[in-house]
Ligand binder design. Structure first.
Ligand code: GDP
Ligand code: MG
Length: 595
């Protein structure tokens, strides 16, 4: 009888999770040396290029220790806060975790937040110091940090290198010896946890799951409890580098299920699969519907591409259930969509996929968060867009989402980070020294302040030596106003923002200054104004210039002249006409570039 061990790897980004996984796959001959390419787990193009893991994947390895054969299921987890719910479900499917820490970097924000998740789920933790081949490794110092964090013994920590293969054998032995066997009961009602899914154009949705109890067989009639949908199982199987069909998956196993599901929306990560006829008593704990928190308008650059954009959105949503979209129109940008994203990285990914996979050129407007607006009539409305804010006189109260942020940094940067977070309306909850010169700071912050330029600022003031992670907290009352921008008296809806009253004046001023830099001079003066309601709070002017590109072609070279004119026309295409003013695309993101 083969025994099973299910584990995941938790690590801060770039600490070497994918590389170490590659070594495990190589050592267990799961991937033969010829097929081996760096980071086989990161299968999407985008992931490989950016070196980040967006979707979690699972992979099975065979390993024999002292004559006993083991099935080791490695469940890979995404490394970014936007996908933290997926991380938590992947962790829930495991009995153990490899905690990887870069020995040149030490503990970082994501190390801690993922570790807490693993501890919450009672996972056995195997601490690993990675990148020991590097000259600037500081094993003793980082070991002290790990001991302080999880209270293990120094000898429990494995020294490893994903580059040289140091420690790989020891890691495999510890997985077998330390991580408990899954506790599932085979003859109990079926209970399987979906921890991820992917979309395949030919097979439909392939859901990855762990069978907690019971047995899942091909041909079974199953129910997805939270989605409350029923299907017949077309195929089940194990996940190696590809899919390997099996007749059944027993309690404790990790694998996939295909049952002809055509859209990703029907399969919710965290859902429980059970038998329709003999269902389990209750669904597996911890199910949450993931909701987009960050919204932005997505518009085709060429308005003729609107229908193509709609088709692309539809297709994207087939395999990305967390993306939402609905039609929206803007006086400045025409017809487009208001899209909902999990966070900023998710937004960037969608934008990039539109460009790469669908060849769509789009403008994405400044992102904003979801607001709960309480009206004087006692209603609560969800506002996804500054222009959706009802008239001030009908607003009783506005609530905005708050996050709890975890920042880890060298003690030198405490001051500037404190200033930044307070400036972003944060409150400090905790400041703990992990070692004499490393500090963990915990803040509550409005999410709306983070979506602007928080990451970049944090990075620059800490010279890259601060790491940041967060989770959603709650909604809290906020004194927000809508700040509008007018160009020659005409309001540009795509430039409106919701902003805290106290920051509105300085923000309006900086917006006008920035737009003055970004909007090219035209043949007349352009007035740029910032307004709150009817009140103008700031003004700049772009002075007129007579721009004639053909002026420098003296003489009669007509082809050269024509070429220049065509070039100018093309340049115009990347401009949007607002009233009589031409606005370049980057101006719509001006707010992200304020200093
Ligand atoms: P992940 O973000 O945690 O998946 O990290 P990756 O596995 O993508 O590694 C991040 C970077 O560190 C890559 O450039 C790797 O080549 C490098 N790296 C990973 N492990 C080691 C190691 O043990 N030694 C050295 N020198 N570099 C490593
Ligand atoms: Mg990776």
């Amino acid at each position: 009888m083969k025994k099973i061990r299910n584990f995941c790897i938790i690590a801060h980004i770039d600490h070497g999770k994918s590389t170490l996984a590659d070594r495990l796959l190589e050592y267990t001959k799961t991937v033969d040396a010829r097929a081996m390419k760096a980071q086989v787990l990161d299968s999407m193009d985008l992931e490989q290029e950016r070196g980040i893991t967006i979707k979690s994947h699972a992979i099975q390895m065979m390993y024999t220790l002292n004559g006993q054969e083991y099935i080791l299921n490695l469940i890979d987890t995404p490394g970014h806060v936007d996908f933290s719910y997926e991380v938590s479900r992947s962790i829930a499917a495991c009995e153990g975790a490899l905690l990887i820490i870069d020995s040149t970097q030490g503990i970082q924000a994501q190390t801690i937040s993922n570790l807490y998740l693993a501890i919450d789920h009672d996972l056995e933790i195997i601490p690993i110091l990675n990148k020991m081949d590097l000259d600037n490794a500081m094993p003793e110092i980082v070991e002290d940090q790990i001991i302080g964090l999880i209270g293990c013994k120094r000898t429990d920590i494995i020294r490893a290198s994903g580059k040289t293969g140091l420690g790989i054998e020891e890691i495999l032995e510890r997985i077998v010896n330390d991580i408990p066997e899954p506790k599932g009961i085979e003859d109990a009602p079926l209970q399987a946890l979906i921890f991820d899914s992917v979309f395949n154009p030919f097979r439909g949705v392939i859901a990855y799951l762990k069978v907690e109890n019971g047995i899942l067989r091909k041909g079974d009639q199953v129910k997805f409890v939270n989605a409350s949908k029923e299907y017949v199982v077309d195929e089940v199987g194990a996940l190696k580098l590809g899919m390997f069909e099996r007749s059944e998956l027993k309690a404790g196993s990790v694998g996939y299920i295909i049952c002809g599901i055509k859209t990703a929306r029907e399969v919710k990560v965290g859902d429980t699969v059970t038998h329709s006829k003999a269902p389990c008593e209750k669904a597996i704990d911890g199910f949450e519907e993931v909701k987009p928190m960050v919204f932005a308008g997505v518009y085709p650059i060429d308005s003729e591409d609107y229908e193509d954009l709609r088709a692309a959105m539809e297709k994207l949503q087939l395999n990305d259930a967390s993306l939402t979209y609905e039609p929206e129109s803007s006086a400045a940008l025409g017809f487009g969509f208001r899209c909902g994203f999990l966070g900023l990285l998710h937004m960037e990914i969608v934008q990039e996929r539109l460009d790469r996979e669908y060849d769509m050129n789009v403008i994405t407007t400044v992102p904003n968060v979801l607001y709960h607006v309480h009206t004087t009539r006692g209603e609560t409305i969800n506002v996804y867009n500054p222009s959706g804010l009802p008239a001030t006189t009908t607003i009783d109260d506005i609530d905005e989402p708050f996050i709890r942020a975890n920042i880890i940094t060298a003690s030198d940067f405490i001051g500037p980070i404190m200033t930044l977070c307070l400036d972003k309306r944060g409150t400090l909850l905790k400041q703990d020294y992990l070692t004499t010169d490393r500090v963990e700071m915990v803040f509550d912050l409005p999410l709306g302040e983070i979506v602007f330029d928080f990451y970049d600022k944090l990075k620059s003031i800490s010279k890259g030596y601060a790491s940041f992670d967060y989770h959603m907290l709650d909604f809290r009352p906020a004194k927000l106003v809508r700040l509008d921008i007018l160009l020659n008296g005409e309001m540009v809806d795509a430039l409106s923002t919701l902003i805290h009253f106290n920051n509105a004046y300085s923000f309006g001023k900086r917006m006008c200054e920035k737009l003055k830099e970004l909007i090219p001079r035209q043949q007349f003066d352009i007035a740029i104004q910032a307004a709150i309601g009817a009140k103008i709070i700031s003004r700049e002017t772009v002075k007129a210039v007579r721009k004639d590109v053909t002026a420098k072609c003296y003489g009669g070279d007509i082809t050269r002249k024509r070429k220049l004119l065509e070039k100018q026309k093309k340049g115009k295409k990347r401009m949007k006409q607002v009233g009589n003013v031409e606005v370049p695309q980057n101006a719509f993101l001006a707010v992200l570039k304020l200093d």
